[in-house]
Design a protein around this ligand. Structure first.
Ligand SMILES: Nc1ncnc2c1ncn2[C@@H]1O[C@H](COP(=O)(O)OP(=O)(O)O)[C@@H](O)[C@H]1O
Ligand SMILES: [Mg+2]
Length: 406
């Protein structure tokens, strides 16, 4: 009988890494998550689940596909943190081991639970409250001058808002009626980093630390620098925090993306996701450390051994810069990338996210950014110089009616 792998959920590039290893596969995904990239994967079948379907229905559908294909299930893998729970239940039904601890995923994806885990690490808990209706927290806002209100399971900085009053909190919540569960937490200040880590049988390895800066006045990332310029002592403090956090969260295997903020030497949690980092961070790791994290994730998910300590050290520095412009009522007139820009030394990627003709949008989440530009250099300054040279040559314009502006 043939062996088939069940690829559960999203992250098509990780699924492709499994397929590139020569496996035949069936994709299992919720209908609402079936993106064009997933639909194009060269799998034998796609099992589509409705939102309300549980693991038992997924298993029954998969069994029908396997019988029809006269095949057995050799592995069940997921790379998207929304799907580990389902994938682990499917694996269980087929008597297969599952490499990620689904409880640790649930406890970190939920930012209120992750906050509680960070609080257990000390030295002193931060003020925070999970809520559904603003009235629940009205009596709890005294004593902290600034808070951040955010969805308990948000992405791309969507609806993350600093608030100083209950009225402002109410306005933030009313502006996002689709969000039902919220977290209110003390606003922390300091330098922000994201930490890419990798767990192997409960041992945590830090692959590197990325410095992050947001667009002024927003929480939307404007720049990533990998590896961040830190003293060994600063890096050690961050690594130690991340290791303790992942242990406390019960992470067992697989990648982790941990966002932290450092204020007066104290490291604190912003959020932790037990998956590969988004926002192009895997690419920054590949460009500097020469390791393909998608491939490594595929190897580990399939039960192979990975050894993060053996991956080559970083050489040079990679910088990703995001571009955004806004003109109320305007449209994108040009986001041209001349070939001469992509050929500039050190320019590694220019990704236009917006199409010409798209309506200009104010910056309220990562999805509103126009484009990203990634460069490398011997050090951070060299990479930045190349970024500046490339930006100067890009043709980025917005237009309202006949008038031009930027
Ligand atoms: N408690 C906080 N204090 C200060 N800044 C915060 C806090 N929580 C979130 N932020 C800022 O908002 C950004 C987005 O919040 P985050 O929890 O990472 O949500 P998302 O999952 O949408 O990325 C963070 O990168 C950080 O800049
Ligand atoms: Mg974040």
């Amino acid at each position: 009988m043939r062996d088939i792998v069940a690829l559960v959920g999203g992250i098509p590039r990780a699924h492709r890494a499994v397929l590139a290893m020569g496996h035949s596969a069936v994709l299992v995904v919720r209908r609402s998550d079936l993106s064009p990239d997933l639909a194009r994967l060269p799998v034998e079948e796609i099992v589509l689940l409705e939102e309300e379907d549980d693991a038992a229905l997924a298993v029954a559908a998969l069994e029908r596909q396997l019988t029809a294909a006269d095949a057995g299930l050799s592995h069940c893998v997921a790379f998207h943190d929304d799907y580990h729970e389902l994938a682990s239940r499917i694996a269980d039904s087929f008597g297969l081991p599952y490499y990620v601890n689904p409880h640790s995923v649930r406890d970190t994806k939920d930012k209120a639970r992750a906050r509680a885990i960070a609080d257990r690490l000390g030295p002193a808990p931060r003020r925070h409250h999970a809520f559904r209706h603003p009235a629940e927290v009205a009596a709890h806002m005294d004593g902290v001058s600034e808070w951040v209100v955010k969805p308990v399971s948000g992405v791309s900085s969507r609806s993350v808002t600093p608030v100083r009053s209950h009225a402002a909190l109410r306005a933030a919540v009313e502006a996002a009626p689709e969000t039902t569960e919220w977290l209110l937490e003390e606003r922390l200040t300091g330098a922000e980093y994201s930490v890419e880590a990798w767990s192997v049988e409960g041992e945590h390895h830090v692959l590197g630390i990325t410095a992050r800066r947001s667009f002024p006045g927003t929480f939307v990332p404007m720049e990533h620098v990998f590896p961040a310029r830190l003293t060994p002592q600063e890096a050690g403090t961050v690594e130690e925090f991340v290791g303790r956090f992942l242990t406390e969260a019960g992470a067992t295997n697989g990648p982790a993306h941990v966002e932290v903020i450092v204020q007066d030497g104290r490291v604190d949690l912003i959020e932790c996701q037990l998956r590969l980092g988004g926002g192009g961070i895997c690419e920054l790791v590949r460009l500097t450390r020469g390791v393909d994290l998608l491939h490594e994730a595929a190897v580990q998910a399939l039960g192979g051994s990975v050894d993060p300590e053996a991956w080559p050290p970083a050489e040079g520095v990679a910088v990703s810069t995001f571009v955004h412009g806004h003109l109320p009522g305007g449209r994108v007139a040009s986001n041209g990338v001349p070939a001469s820009v992509t050929r500039l030394p050190g320019v590694r990627a220019v990704d236009a996210q917006w199409q010409v003709g798209a309506e200009s949008r104010a910056l309220s989440s990562g999805a509103d950014r126009w484009m990203s530009l990634t460069t490398t250099g011997a050090d951070e300054d060299a990479a930045r110089t190349r970024t500046d040279e490339a930006l100067a040559q890009l043709d980025l314009r917005l237009r309202v009616n006949a008038g031009d502006a930027h």
